[in-house]
Write a protein that binds this ligand. Structure first.
Ligand SMILES: [Zn+2]
Length: 710
């Protein structure tokens, strides 16, 4: 709250009195004491300030502008104004999370708030915008209305994750945040929630130490995904009316999930509670299988069944688990567009009739889960898949559906519902794809397959040759630079993904090496030259240089890290160093990270070391040897830091034996607050190991298969 009075006391100190806060939850109280500069502006009646390290106030302008606009959008969205007279946002030099939504005094990791206006990358601007909008949404969802207990944490985080996209899309429509959502939040949620070691969105919390564990992808990303799904079901107006009633009814009070359902039920007259229980009270999500199809001239009749989708094809299920079902809204699209009617699948099976417009035998394709509105996987018939391939190639299939289809195919192949050969054949349908969102999906699949096939050099070589064809086709059209100054935000991001894939699949191609070297050299002579080496490709170019180079580039980057004061630039280096090929440099990177880096940053280099086959052995062995030092470094810091170390050092193995070894290692370490992350890491590893043995026994191990593809 603003200062009420200042007075000198008898100890030659100043006594500061602040205005009273409204009634509020204790976890939202914060004080900041330190040297800061600031920039400020008014958003209607609210004074907004962004506090930065001294001398850097200009770096707060981007976030300030974003906050001023966001408050206006949310005031009108909720129909209830931001209730405090001021909003301060502060960059903190050492901060475990991205940010914390303390009421009226939001604290941020510096890199998530401050932007160098002359250098910032597009992805950094997007990151700052989504973090700021997320935290400001909490000023209502969480702060004005607070969940009664932590088992409803998703009411805070799921909604804020939804709102960060809603507001960012309003501020920057050209970013197409909802399309990005499908390959970001939704994709992450579905990977995590396909494990038996996942948990329901509403999760019982019995002990204080369990609280930190639910600040995870389920509360944030699956929570945000189900909010998006509800909005698609009830429509934007009822959705918003229900929320506005909720805010007005429960302002300065506590709520439980059913309070929100009630407000939405009143607004929409739909059975929201009945539908949503299956999504928030049980873990996982459904696999919808098309078991029968009947194509006619003007319609297709599909028979559907649903079951729990699990990544592990041999997971053992009880009868009760086999019976699990969800109330699934089925959105459908065809070449004529999204169908206006939503079919609700409440039972294990359903029949769906989709109208088609003319053409021989119905013509055209049918896509279920149109717009990827629902966290679910769809197993199609070969005919449906064949027709959809045409939609992929001629791009009549919308962008996020093209992305959704390939991500579904990967998950289905891993779970034993699709032949690996069909996955590769589907991938090859994307040869002329140029949409950023779709490439986010393709790139996740290519990198996952690369990581798994790393187990065997022959298959990995064949897979890499195949991946190169896809990546090079993108490379031909996007290139290294903007030819006519017309690149939009998404093209810049697409180029970033492309160079990242070049780093994985084509780093030693002569033209790639030559271009990266030329740009790196110019960067060396002037690190501020973002024309020659734009910020959106710095990490990737550093990585290419390191993969091809040796000690010289390594030393250059290390010294750049030490001399630059720009935390975003430092992060580019942290994500790169582990790519140096020499085991000695990889080991040195890990040592340096543990000894010299801040607690908030030291896990980043572990990720870059652990990303290669040799590197993962080195980082795991480092972790084992230095476990006590890692634990001491984190001390009483957030358990999420230990989670990050575990995933980065142990997460990319792909064998049953390694999983046993890692499990045995953690057995007596007493990492109570990391237990779920360890279980998920092990389950994922064992599932990958099963997928790997499936790949080996499939046609993918036959060079003929790959030869016939190209
Ligand atoms: Zn949050």
């Amino acid at each position: 709250m603003p200062v009420k009075s200042l007075a000198s006391n008898s100890h030659q100190k100043t006594e500061v009195n602040f205005m009273d806060t409204p009634i509020m939850s204790t976890y939202l109280v914060a004080f900041c004491v330190g040297q800061f500069d600031f920039v400020q502006a008014l958003s209607n009646q609210t004074l907004v300030k962004v506090y930065t390290p001294p001398g850097m106030s200009e770096s707060g302008l981007f976030a300030l502008d974003c906050a001023v606009k966001t408050l206006k959008i949310l005031n009108s969205f909720f129909g209830i104004d931001y209730p405090l007279p001021k909003l301060d946002m502060v960059a903190i030099p050492e901060f475990a999370m991205g940010a914390m939504e303390n009421w009226g005094l939001v604290t941020y990791r510096q890199v998530d708030l401050c932007i160098d206006p002359n250098k910032a990358s597009n992805s950094q601007k997007q990151r700052v915008c989504t973090v700021v909008t997320h935290e400001l949404a909490h000023q209502w969802f969480g702060n004005l209305v607070t969940m009664a207990w932590w088992d409803d944490l998703w009411l805070n985080e799921g909604f804020a994750s939804w709102a960060e996209n809603y507001v960012s899309e309003k501020l920057h429509p050209e970013w197409t945040m909802w399309d990005q959502f499908t390959t970001g939040h939704l994709s992450y949620a579905m990977k995590l929630d396909s494990l038996k070691s996942s948990h329901p969105i509403q999760v019982p919390i019995c002990h204080a130490e369990e609280v930190e564990e639910v600040f995870d992808g389920i509360s944030y990303c699956k929570g945000g995904s189900v909010v998006r799904m509800i909005r698609a079901v009830m429509g934007p107006q009822d959705f918003r009316n229900g929320l506005s009633t909720y805010m007005k009814t429960f302002a300065y009070r506590n709520t439980e999930t059913h309070d929100l359902w009630k407000c939405w039920e009143d607004a929409s007259k739909m059975p929201i509670s009945e539908m949503m229980k299956s999504w928030t009270e049980q873990m996982g999500y459904p696999l919808i299988t098309v078991t029968n199809e009947h194509w006619e001239a003007h319609q297709v009749t599909l028979t559907l069944s649903q079951e729990w989708f699990l990544s592990d094809p041999s997971a053992e299920l009880t009868d009760e688990e086999k019976d699990k079902k969800w109330c699934v809204p089925i959105f459908t699209c065809t070449e004529q567009g999204v169908q206006p009617d939503i079919c609700f699948m409440r039972e294990k099976t359903a029949t769906l009739i989709v109208p088609l417009e003319g053409g021989e035998n119905g013509g055209g394709w049918v896509k279920l889960n149109a717009g990827q509105q629902v966290p679910m996987r769809v197993k199609l018939t070969p005919t449906m898949l064949e027709r959809l391939c045409i939609g992929i190639k001629n791009k009549t299939l919308p962008i996020c559906d093209r992305a959704g289809l390939i991500m579904d195919a990967y998950a289905l192949a891993k779970a034993g519902h699709l032949e690996p050969t069909a996955l590769i054949q589907l991938l090859s349908a994307y040869q002329n794809e140029h949409a950023y969102i779709v490439w986010q999906g393709i790139s996740q699949v290519l990198l996952a397959l690369d990581s798994i096939t790393m187990e065997d050099e022959d298959m990995n070589t064949r897979f890499q040759s195949f991946a190169r064809i896809l990546v090079k086709s993108l490379y031909q059209s996007v290139g290294w630079s903007n030819k006519d100054d017309s690149d939009g935000h998404l093209t810049v991001l697409l180029r970033g993904i492309m160079i990242s894939l070049l780093k994985n699949f084509c780093y030693d191609d002569e033209d790639v090496k030559k271009e990266a070297s030329a740009r790196f050299e110019k960067f060396q002579s002037n690190p501020d030259d973002v024309e020659s080496l734009p910020s959106d490709m710095r990490t990737q170019v550093f990585q290419i240089m390191l993969k091809n180079g040796g000690e010289k580039e390594y030393e250059q980057l290390l010294s750049y890290f030490q001399t630059t004061s720009d935390v975003a630039e430092q992060k580019f280096v942290l994500a790169s160093l582990g790519n140096a090929p020499s085991p000695a440099l990889k080991a040195r990177t890990l040592d340096w990270a543990l000894k010299d880096l801040k607690m908030q940053d030291f896990f980043y280099p572990m990720g870059s070391v652990g990303s290669s086959r040799e590197g993962r052995e080195i980082s795991w062995s480092f972790f084992k040897t230095n476990f006590e030092a890692v634990r001491a470094k984190i001390g009483k810091g957030s358990p999420s830091l230990m989670d990050a170390c575990i995933v980065n050092c142990a997460g990319s193995f792909c064998s049953e034996e390694k999983a046993d070894e890692i499990e045995a290692f953690f057995q007596d370490k007493g990492l109570v607050q990391n237990a779920r992350k360890i279980a998920q890491t092990l389950e994922n590893m064992r599932t990958n190991a099963k997928f790997w043995s499936k790949l080996q026994s499939s046609e993918l191990s036959d060079s003929e298969f790959w030869n016939n593809l190209s």
